[in-house]
Write a new protein. Structure first.
Length: 128
């Protein structure tokens, strides 16, 4: 599915959601969630191509694959937290969305800590 089809589907779904919010708000949230899942599933082939290219570049550059895996996990956490927070905001739960975003930031920091330490150790090794 190309961007034109995704945009058209998104606009059509948004129109349905606007109508449903007045009569059946719970169905509007479910429709929004379904659209997000459908878009994600339609992008899986592109995502796998990107992951394969990044893995090839990592191997060619002779960089430890653990660093790539960590960066990919960080990106995954960021996307999941953002998607979940947007669904909560669509449901009118801004406070819950903020808590999900905060949790995502903490998880990202936990995963990034080893990378930060490696960078700092490298810098300290360069300073006489």
């Amino acid at each position: 599915m190309g961007i034109i089809q995704i945009a058209a589907l998104g606009l059509l779904t948004a129109a349905f959601i606007i109508f449903l919010k007045e009569t059946r708000p719970e169905m509007a949230v479910i429709l929004s969630l379904a659209l997000g899942i459908l878009i994600f599933l339609s992008l899986l082939t592109y995502i796998s191509d990107i992951l394969r290219a990044l893995e090839e570049l990592t191997l060619k550059a002779d960089v430890n694959i653990v660093y790539l895996n960590t960066l990919l996990r960080i990106m995954g956490i960021a996307y999941i937290a953002e998607f979940s927070a947007q669904i909560c905001r669509d449901a009118g739960e801004g406070a819950t969305a903020s808590k999900i975003e905060f949790a995502g930031k903490v998880f990202i920091l936990v995963l990034a800590l080893p990378l930060i330490m490696v960078v700092l150790e490298t810098i300290m090794g360069l300073i006489p």
